[in-house]
Design a protein around this ligand. Sequence first.
Ligand code: 13P
Length: 227
Amino acid sequence: MKIVVANWKMNGDCDLVSTFIEKINAVTTTNTIVVCPPVALIGQFKDFRYSIGAQNCFYEDKGAFTGENSPKLLKEVGCEYVIIGHSERRAIFNENDDIVFKKWEAAQKNGLSSIVCIGEKADERADWKSVLQRQTEKFIGKNLGNTIFAYEPVWSIGTGVIPTLGEIAEVLTFIKTKVGESTCCLYGGSVNATNAENILRCNKVDGVLIGGASLKPDEFAKIAMMV
Ligand code: 13P
């Protein structure tokens, strides 16, 4: 059983939601399927058979934080998961490891399962161990029963370039050594229906986090059914 997560990023619309629900509801699998649409579309997923996640949340439940999304309300409107610390949030919205950790704490408090994204940038490739060490440090020793880590090398996101299966296994082994062998770890970065099967068979990979290919319902359905 694997975890297959769709991250739509700031893409999709009401029409895509309808097609996606129709195609993915027809999928029969024991895999855990999660779709993380833009927050504005979450209300359109009422008839979805599988799980919904948000792409981000704030670290407070309420207050004068115009434009932010409350983890408490995300839970109330049906989200079971939330992605935290995606590299786009880190790069464009200046989220650092302290903010990521505060968001994780807020998600935990509200009973949301967190998908914490970690991964090195292109110029950090030679030094990936210290990047991942820094990004996981605050989580070490915490109760991570409700936490999934997603290894997304930034140089692989949207580029079509993926690490070798050996590299993925090595990195996920390293992460599990830090956060615990039983903690679920996903791979993300240019996953598609062609490469997903091998990635999912890879030792240590508990699932995949998919951007671009998750916007194509037929392609996502294929991956969702893989074992
Ligand atoms: P792509 O699958 O488009 O490379 O995006 C990966 C990603 O950032 C998922 O969170």
